[in-house]
Design a protein around this ligand. Structure first.
Ligand SMILES: Cc1cc2nc3c(=O)[nH]c(=O)nc-3n(C[C@H](O)[C@H](O)[C@H](O)COP(=O)(O)OP(=O)(O)OC[C@H]3O[C@@H](n4cnc5c(N)ncnc54)[C@H](O)[C@@H]3O)c2cc1C
Length: 437
């Protein structure tokens, strides 16, 4: 039996990380073999694919998710775990969506901003998913111009009746929340959350499975067959469906003619220290997730067992051979000098899909084949919002889908060759602007 399993299960298991070392349980879904028929076939077992599968299964559809590696293998199982009300690309969205929504655009974006939090909270409660979910977040300022931005967000939150969830802190106020002298202020938001993303993703997969969804791991989709009955094809199997959703984000190479040049990989790195014991309470007594206002930012939080999980920097070459611990240690020690020399137990990196204007990309490849991708580093809440929007669209309610699908995206000519150098140049430009802010 083992020999057969090893023969059908090819290479990639989980990338080593704090998350894979602290899984509630390991998934063991079968490899796709032979022929299967469902209502909707979904390519990709990250948050986009799995969240959409839950939504569709809850609506009574027969769903199959097909994943090259393991559920949560990509960015969904390796990210910073911060669930914030940032949709990424808000400004570009506002400009473009004004054409379709008119004056309602600001309300549309504001409400959407918090929709992912609701979906995640409700799903965790409904299916009893153990993923260390906690509330509390600080968006920190490192200079006066950052404070102006935070004040504008704070004022909008007050105008929108969210006053109970937000407070604006000065330097002393931040110092009361964090054992760091790095910041001149912060916006504290108790609606934002943090969690163990891999345990959320596999918990949601289990929820989908409990509703009848089929999940296949170690099953790379090699081709999508278009037509009145579309199909996805792997080495050993085929799924025929009424509809197909491509949810492979930056990790897939399918449908190049239409999708090439739309989304680019940026490699993000994260480390996790050894458990900090009493020091954890000293540096972050309220157990808040934190990120700063810079364009390329540092982000961190405590894990359930009191380690500091710290991410930052990005490599826009599309490749990654960095010494992540060597790169992030000075950032940790600058933030918390009391952690000088702290032991780093885990380091890992992962690709995130960056879109030039930062608006998530939703669209159709043919009449019954859809795609949904590109969250530019802000994907935990957003993938869940998009999962709901895609499930509504697939079942005939196109209103929100159409608003996103109407947004225009820059397609970089020769995208696979020129995309990342252009992205790197763009990021350099924005970092230069950042220094002038
Ligand atoms: C280092 C890092 C830190 C981040 N921190 C945060 C954070 O704190 N907060 C936040 O909101 N967002 C964060 N993000 C972003 C967030 O993780 C992503 O936007 C989100 O997880 C994307 O989900 P996804 O399902 O679209 O893609 P993924 O999770 O990457 O999943 C895509 C899946 O598709 C599979 N696949 C690809 N091609 C095929 C194929 N041909 N056949 C079958 N399967 C295929 C892949 O194996 C993969 O498992 C971070 C990202 C990174 C990389």
């Amino acid at each position: 039996m083992n020999a057969i399993n090893q023969a059908v299960k090819p290479a990639a298991e989980r990338a080593p990380s704090y998350y894979s070392a602290s899984l509630n349980y390991e998934t063991d879904y079968p490899t796709l073999q032979g022929s299967v028929t469902v209502d909707v076939a979904i390519i990709g077992g990250g948050f986009t694919g799995i969240a959409t599968a839950v939504e569709l299964a809850e609506r009574g559809l027969k769903v199959a998710v097909v994943e090259t590696n393991k559920v949560g293998w990509g960015a969904s199982g390796r990210n910073g775990g911060q669930v914030t009300g940032s949709l990424s690309g808000d400004e570009a969205m506002r400009k473009q969506m004004r054409n379709t929504l008119g004056e309602e655009v600001d309300d549309f974006i504001w409400h959407l901003r918090w929709r992912g939090h609701e979906i995640i909270k409700n799903r965790v409660a409904k299916y009893g998913i153990d993923c260390d979910l906690k509330h509390g977040h600080l968006h920190t300022a490192m200079k006066a111009s950052h404070m102006d931005e935070l004040k504008a967000t704070y004022d909008e939150a007050l105008r929108r009746g969210m006053g109970e969830d937000v407070s604006l802190l000065d330097a002393a106020g931040v110092r009361a929340q964090l054992g760091s002298d790095l910041y001149c202020g912060a916006l504290k938001n108790t609606r934002n959350m943090h969690l163990h993303p891999l345990n959320l993703c596999i918990g949601e997969a289990k929820a989908a499975e409990s509703l009848g969804a089929l999940i296949f791991e170690h099953s790379e989709v090699l081709d999508i067959v278009h037509g009145p009955r579309p199909a996805v094809v792997t080495t050993g199997g085929r799924i025929e469906a009424k509809q197909v959703l491509l949810a492979g984000d930056v990790y897939h190479k399918l449908e190049r003619r239409k999708l090439k040049g739309l989304i680019f990989p940026a490699m993000g790195g994260i480390v996790t220290t050894a458990p900090l014991g009493d020091m954890a309470k000293e540096i972050n007594p309220q157990d808040l997730a934190v990120y700063d206002c810079r364009f390329v930012l540092d982000y961190y939080r405590l894990t359930a067992d009191g380690r500091l999980l710290f991410g930052g920097g990005c490599n826009y070459s599309g490749r990654d051979s960095r010494d992540i611990a060597g790169e992030l240690r000075p950032c940790i020690e600058r933030t918390f000098p009391q952690l000088k020399g702290v032991q780093i137990d885990y380091q890992w990196s992962c690709a995130m899909g960056i879109v030039m204007n930062r608006i998530p990309q939703l669209g159709k490849l043919s009449s019954n084949v859809w795609y949904c991708q590109g969250y530019s580093g802000h994907g935990i809440a957003t993938t869940h919002i998009m999962g709901e929007i895609m499930a509504k669209a697939i079942t005939g309610d196109l209103e929100q889908y159409d608003t996103f699908a109407a947004c225009k995206h820059i397609k970089v000519p020769l995208g696979d060759q020129l995309g990342n150098p252009m992205l790197a140049a763009g990021m350099w430009y924005y970092q230069m602007l950042e220094k002038l802010r």
